[in-house]
Structure formats: C-alpha cells, structure tokens
Design a protein around this ligand. Structure first.
Ligand code: NAD
Length: 244
C-alpha cells in the first residue's frame, strides 16, 4: 500500500511541488487541504501529514495530529522563537520531522558549517547571506536562522550576537558578532552563503537551490522515514543520517 499523505498548504508553491513529486515517487495525496478547509475528517484516511502553509496554521495542525496520533512533517517557516518552543513541545507528542530546509545539499551545508565553525576561531568573522524570491513573507529565511543557530552554538554565543544588516556609523566589527543579510528579488528559489573571513583569507560555503522539487522530494523522504518512528521531534539530519 503506498503511503497516503494529507498535504496542508496544497495550493501554494510548495504544495504544488509536493503534489508533482508524490506522483513521481508513487506516493498518494489522500487529501489536499488549504486555507478555509477543515482537515479533521480527511486526516483519518491518511498515514502522514506534510505541511507547507503558514506559521499561524501550525498550532491547530499539530493539535489535530496529536488528537489523531498521526506522524507529521513540518516545512513551514517563520514562527517567532518563543512560539516555536511551545510548538516543538506539542510536536514531540507524535513522530515529527521539523526542518527549515529539506534539501540534501542544504543539510550538508548545515553539517559543513558546524565543522567550519568548530575549526575556525573568532579570528574568522562569520556572516550569513541569503536571497529568496520577492514573494517570501519571512526574513531571515528559516534556513539562515538554522545556520546562525549552528554558528552561535559552536561559538557559545546568544542571539544578542546577531547583526541584522548594518547601517550608519556602526564602528568596527566585533569578533563576537554574527551578521545576517536577507536579499529579496525575482524568482530566486533559495541561495545561502556562510562566510568565515579572516585577515588574509576567506572561506565561503554556498548552496543555491534552483528548483522547489528538491524540498518536495526531501519532505516526502522525511514522510516515509517518520511514518515508522516513535514520537519525538526529528530533523533532516536524522533522516539523512548526518548526525555525529
Ligand atoms: P505559498 O504562499 O505559495 O503557499 C502557502 C499555502 O498555504 C497557500 O496556498 C495558502 O493559502 C496556504 N495556507 C495559508 N494559511 C493556511 C491555513 N491556515 N491552513 C491551510 N493552508 C493555509 O508559500 P510557499 O512558498 O509554498 O511556502 C510555504 C511555507 O513553506 C513557507 O513558510 C516557506 O518559508 C516554507 N518553505 C519551507 C521549505 C523547507 O524546505 N522547509 C522550502 C520552501 C518553503
């Protein structure tokens, strides 16, 4: 029996990409749900939820997943940090893969960023630059937020170290700050660069997504993986075996 998916946010850009990828992978979209639809009745006949909708919809969707004990894949980004903490606690009551980016290349970028931040000390200034299409509603991107989280963890810094763009007489750069810059324009699917710049050399790790299909295929791979897991929150590093 093919895995049957309830797709939440089905009419959006990612919803359409997941629908196309599901057909290619032989998975069934049992219910295509968007704003204004009630997913409760349809969920009973589905094995797993895949969500690419809006941050305001996540709490209700997770409550439904918990009530019906259904595994869930959350791809939606842009949750305020305090709310995300509450949502993760709710998500942990079912098997849940929550990932800001489902591409294999980006998950390797997370891994390499952690390695680089471990090896390169504060003599290497860390900055993250991201670019997305003009329609994107949140900034910085969820992927950039994850890259920043990795750098902050490795350097034992808090979110106070983040500099969201710079303007005016900012003074020299402190080694403890981590810059983040969000560019928006055109139809860019998603570019992310992590820079480590020292006196005399610079390392740049860059990933460029050119097709949403990579996120859709990754999310469906996560759906297949999570369908047989015990309750808990997992990420794409778990799905891909990139944890060390
Ligand atoms: P989009 O605006 O094209 O589509 C969102 C869809 O969700 C729309 O059809 C909208 O009507 C629907 N929606 C809004 N509120 C809803 C609700 N309450 N219930 C059900 N559906 C609702 O956006 P998109 O480009 O498809 O992106 C969707 C989300 O996925 C964003 O948060 C984006 O940042 C994120 N995203 C994540 C990844 C990843 O790999 N994790 C990749 C791309 C996009």
């Amino acid at each position: 029996m093919p895995l049957t998916i309830l797709l939440h946010g089905a009419r959006g850009r990612m919803g359409q990409a997941v629908t196309a990828a599901a057909a290619d992978l032989g998975l069934r979209i049992g219910a295509a749900v968007d704003a204004g639809d009630d997913p409760a009745a349809d969920l009973a006949g589905c094995d797993v939820i895949v969500d690419f909708s809006a941050p305001t919809a996540t709490a209700g969707l997770l409550q439904l997943a918990v009530a019906q004990r259904k595994p869930v894949v959350i791809g939606t980004t842009g949750h305020p940090p305090a709310e995300k903490k509450r949502l993760l606690a709710l998500a942990a009551r079912v098997p849940c893969v929550w990932a800001s980016n489902f591409s294999i290349g980006v998950n390797l970028l997370f891994y390499l960023t952690r390695k680089a931040a471990r090896i390169l000390d504060e003599g290497y200034d860390a900055e993250v630059v991201e670019m997305h299409h003009r329609f994107k509603k949140d900034a910085p991107s969820g992927t950039a937020a994850r890259l920043l989280e990795i750098i902050l963890q490795e350097r034992q810094l808090t979110a106070k170290a983040l500099r969201h763009g710079r303007e005016g007489i900012t003074g020299g750069r402190s080694p403890q700050e981590v810059g983040i810059h969000s560019l928006r324009g055109g139809d860019v699917v998603g570019d992310h660069t992590v820079l480590f710049a020292a006196l005399g050399e610079r390392l740049e790790l860059t990933h460029k997504a050119s097709d949403r299909a990579i996120f859709a295929r990754g999310a469906l791979r996560a759906a297949q993986w999570v369908a047989t897991r015990p309750p808990g929150v997992y990420d794409m590093q778990d799905v891909l075996g990139l944890k060390d």
